[in-house]
Design a binder for this molecule. Structure first.
Ligand SMILES: Nc1ncnc2c1ncn2[C@@H]1O[C@H](COP(=O)(O)OP(=O)(O)O)[C@@H](O)[C@H]1O
Ligand SMILES: N[C@@H](CC(=O)OP(=O)(O)O)C(=O)O
Length: 453
């Protein structure tokens, strides 16, 4: 069997859903369908998830909600009307959305997650009802029924290992399973969502649980491209990526596939194919454990992501002090700050952290603790960092990749703030100023993908 996940762009309107239903019907192996909430219909439109966040914020601020409720309901109503779904089938969906403020929640974070989750939950109910209405036997499988149990972290939950045994029992279903992406229930019965874009994770979890022969991830592009198409015009499509290449690329900004979604796929050895709902006959991009790469193309892709800061620390003879890095990490752990990278030299190191982790309130506390604990010769925070990553299985086998990349960045007139190469054999990471990130990507793309043409 195959697990197929359809993203918000594939489910934004009744016309899009027509294409999705055609895809489901075209292959009887597509037995588990993971759905996102309706996404953007056009550029500048609002995703239902974002409308639900607005709805939650208005409720918390005790402000009127009628307008946003109507905006959300209109999105589902357009889809239902497009399939002539009887009003009685639509009623539970509108009731769920209208009643969200009347439930009790442990605190604001759980309230927000319950609102966000309603986007995928109601879309799954709606799509199952439409499929049944069209004569395709389907079953809406909620996480409470399936046993998708997640950690108690609102907005950033992780699947608990014990979920898999129960989930696996649904593989035998005769009906098509329509499963809402993006959320699960904690052991205490509260809704917690994955991080944004997390329906990809739900698809991967079910692929592993069902030992699927393939996890198909349907979106709105023909392939994963060698660079973000918003940055590089008409980038080359990638036909095959390894899991580790994809993880590095999605971590560093390829928003087409969630970086955490690779983990259940890797654990279960499930290959993933990213395909276009609008052009389903195109091959898309395959992601699997291994690949044979073209020696002329050592680099598979170039990604960039903004929103990082670096804590720069200099301490002469740092390399002679046992436990120096451990002390810094303990301070970060004490303040619940997670870090991303630690490039280091003999006397210097930079701890790279997402700006969202080290809030302006925490910043002076962390700096104070570092100063007290290690008496650095220099201690500074550099804000507005972006990471640019070149990724490819060929990096480890080719001499001169670093020289070629740094030369390209210099040609773009960009100064490198930090770099890291070695921790992963398939990537080289450059820290640059946010304002320079897109230029850097364009220059590197020209160097590695256009130079031979
Ligand atoms: N390297 C890349 N290749 C393809 N798409 C990319 C890349 N980087 C970013 N994207 C963006 O990812 C989008 C698809 O992901 P997403 O918006 O999450 O879709 P969905 O709604 O199907 O989940 C594309 O429309 C494209 O703008
Ligand atoms: N709807 C959620 C989860 C998700 O995965 O959506 P999409 O498949 O449209 O990226 C979000 O916007 O974050």
């Amino acid at each position: 069997m195959k697990v197929a996940k359809f993203g918000g762009s594939s489910l934004a309107t009744s016309t899009q859903l027509q294409k999705v239903i055609k895809i489901i019907r075209a292959d009887s192996k597509r037995k588990a369908i993971i759905v996102s909430a309706p996404g953007k219909r056009f550029s500048g439109d609002q995703k239902v998830t974002d409308l639900l966040i607005k709805y939650a914020q208005l409720v918390l601020a005790k402000e009127p909600v009628t307008e946003v409720q109507q905006q959300i309901l209109a999105r589902y109503q357009e889809i239902a009307t497009g399939f002539d779904l009887p009003a009685s089938e639509f009623q539970p969906i509108s009731e769920h959305i209208l009643n969200l403020p009347n439930q009790t929640y442990k605190n604001d974070a759980y309230l927000l997650d319950a609102f966000k989750a309603a986007g995928e939950d109601n879309n799954a109910k709606l799509i199952a009802a439409i499929l049944n209405h069209l004569g395709v036997p389907s079953h809406y499988l909620s996480p409470s029924e399936s046993g998708l149990v997640v950690s108690d972290h609102p907005g950033d939950a992780q699947v608990l290992e014990e979920s898999y045994a129960k989930l696996a029992t649904f593989k035998k279903s005769k009906k098509i399973l329509v499963i809402p992406g993006f959320f699960g229930y904690t052991e205490n019965g509260d809704i917690c969502t994955f991080s944004r874009g997390g329906s990809d994770i739900t698809g991967a979890i079910f692929s592993r649980a069902f030992k699927a022969e393939l996890y198909e991830n349907f979106t709105d592009v023909n392939a994963i491209y060698a660079a973000d198409p918003h940055i590089v015009p008409n980038p080359e499509p990638i036909d095959h990526l390894t899991f580790r290449e994809m993880r590095e690329l999605s971590y560093a900004g390829f928003s087409v596939f969630h970086d955490e979604a690779l983990i259940p796929a890797i654990e279960g050895g499930i290959s993933v194919r990213v395909k276009n709902t609008n052009q389903p006959t195109k091959p898309g991009t395959l992601i699997s454990a291994r690949k044979i790469y073209d020696a002329k193309k050592p680099i598979s892709g170039i990604a960039s992501d903004a929103g990082f800061l670096g804590i720069y620390i200099r301490k002469y003879l740092m390399n002679k002090q046992v436990g120096f890095v451990a002390t810094i990490l303990q301070i970060l752990a004490k303040h619940h700050v997670s870090f991303e990278h630690i490039p280091s030299g003999i006397d210097d190191l930079t701890v790279i952290i997402r700006e969202s982790e080290l809030t302006p309130e925490l910043e002076p506390k962390v700096l104070h603790d570092i100063r007290e604990a290690i008496h650095p010769d220099d201690l500074r925070i550099i804000h507005n960092y972006a990471l640019v990553m070149i990724v490819g299985e060929g990096i480890q086998d080719h001499i001169g990749m670093m020289a070629k990349a740094t030369n390209s960045i210099a040609q773009s007139g960009v100064s490198i703030v930090t770099l890291d190469h070695g921790a992963s054999p398939v990537s080289i990471m450059f820290g640059v100023r946010e304002k320079d990130a897109q230029n850097t990507v364009r220059g590197l793309y020209k160097t590695f993908f256009k130079a031979d043409k």
